[in-house]
Ligand binder design. Structure first.
Ligand SMILES: Cc1cc2nc3c(=O)[nH]c(=O)nc-3n(C[C@H](O)[C@H](O)[C@H](O)COP(=O)(O)OP(=O)(O)OC[C@H]3O[C@@H](n4cnc5c(N)ncnc54)[C@H](O)[C@@H]3O)c2cc1C
Length: 331
């Protein structure tokens, strides 16, 4: 779907196993590649190089402190290695990740919720596919993962309402993980994940992109694909603003209309699915995974599952009467 050089790809992913709290396993696999594991820093450098080639000027070690929107320009106040810097532009694209420091003053609002997330990269043996773990002990209301990269390394992480690092430590200490990894020298990386879109992702001379706009799959917390997709829309809208010389709020409203029509339903169905999962007891998760192992249900999953678009499968499962009768009996 997105074209980028193969040199950033650390691994192609074809299959995943979902583990219930009591260890029941639902295995889903496909012949064709479902997702790529990327070398994120090389990928980011590549994007920066593309921007430079296209004429962008890059300010490294520079922190934006303020954004002022004026009638005919946007003014950015920043610091660069302790010196003050003032920049002027005709349009500002706010892509500050999970830093929402500018949002309130610009009337943009914030995502409706957040997840705490911690990940570690370690040496690992016997990780052949994505493994996903569910249950109160793993992470109440969320899940944990192990994703093999290459040359015997694996990324293991947890998202949780809070205390993700604590849940990750507990997971690493369980026999199913501990016996397969060597944690020596590894460092945990912590970050928050936004859940749900911000109230308004545009203003006069401004658009908000990526995590800063809440363009993240609520089911998994993945934001790279949606962020890039919405960046493409923003690029077209900004191009048309320059072409017609219109930098008013109405012009940039078309950005929000377009990205919300593309991924808005995914975000709302994904949020509902996450809410439902967060209310499941361990026994109910066990029963759901067991249901998923049945041919009829597994057939639907294999047919409709998509790594980036989850709404279709969720709605198809929700509409399958035979399944809902069985799920209904679990509650
Ligand atoms: C543990 C973990 C694992 C993840 N795994 C995946 C995954 O497998 N797949 C996936 O799709 N997504 C994943 N994500 C989510 C993904 O990392 C984000 O969705 C994605 O990086 C968002 O991109 P972005 O450009 O919007 O923000 P970011 O990548 O966060 O970039 C924002 C940039 O803005 C800079 N910035 C912020 N404020 C200022 C300021 N005031 N001045 C100057 N610069 C500023 C930041 O320093 C940063 O460089 C994961 C997240 C976590 C926490």
């Amino acid at each position: 779907r997105l074209n980028f050089p193969a040199e950033f790809i650390q691994r192609e992913l074809h299959s995943a196993s979902f583990f219930s709290p009591s260890g029941k396993r639902l295995h889903v696999s496909r012949q064709d590649t479902q997702a790529y594991v990327l070398d994120r820093s090389r990928f980011d450098y590549y994007l920066a190089e593309m921007a430079l080639k296209a004429g962008a000027e890059l300010f490294c070690s520079t922190k934006c402190l303020g954004i002022e929107i004026h009638e005919d320009h946007v003014r950015i106040k920043a610091t660069q290695e302790r010196s003050s810097l003032g920049l002027e532009a005709r349009v500002c694209l706010l892509a500050t990740g999970v830093n929402y420091a500018f949002h309130d003053r610009l009337g943009l609002g914030r995502p409706s919720g957040f997840l705490d997330s911690t990940q570690v990269e370690v040496e690992g043996k016997g990780f052949e596919e994505v493994e996903l773990y569910f249950g109160r002990e793993v992470s109440p209301a969320s899940f944990a993962w192990a994703v093999p990269i290459n040359s015997g390394r694996v990324r293991i992480g947890v998202t949780a309402r809070a205390n993700a690092a604590q849940y990750l430590k507990q997971l690493l200490a369980t026999s199913r993980i501990r016996e397969r990894i060597d944690e020596n020298g590894s460092q945990m990386a912590r970050r928050v994940i936004p859940l749900g879109p911000i109230k308004k992702s545009y203003a006069k001379r401004l658009m908000v992109i990526g995590d800063a706009a809440g363009q993240v799959k609520p089911t998994t917390g993945g934001g790279i694909y949606y962020g890039l997709l919405c960046s493409g829309i923003a690029a077209e809208v900004v191009q048309s603003a320059f072409a017609c010389g219109n930098f008013g709020e109405e012009q940039f409203k078309t950005y929000e209309k377009q990205w919300k029509s593309k991924i808005g339903p995914e975000l709302s169905v994904g949020l509902s699915a996450r809410k439902l999962l967060s209310k499941c007891s361990d026994g109910q998760i066990d029963a759901l995974i067991e249901l998923g192992q049945e041919d009829r249900v597994l057939g639907l999953i294999k047919r409709y599952a998509d790594f980036d678009w989850h709404k279709r499968l969720i709605l198809i499962l929700a509409k399958a009467q035979f399944l809902m009768q069985r799920v209904g009996s679990l509650y």
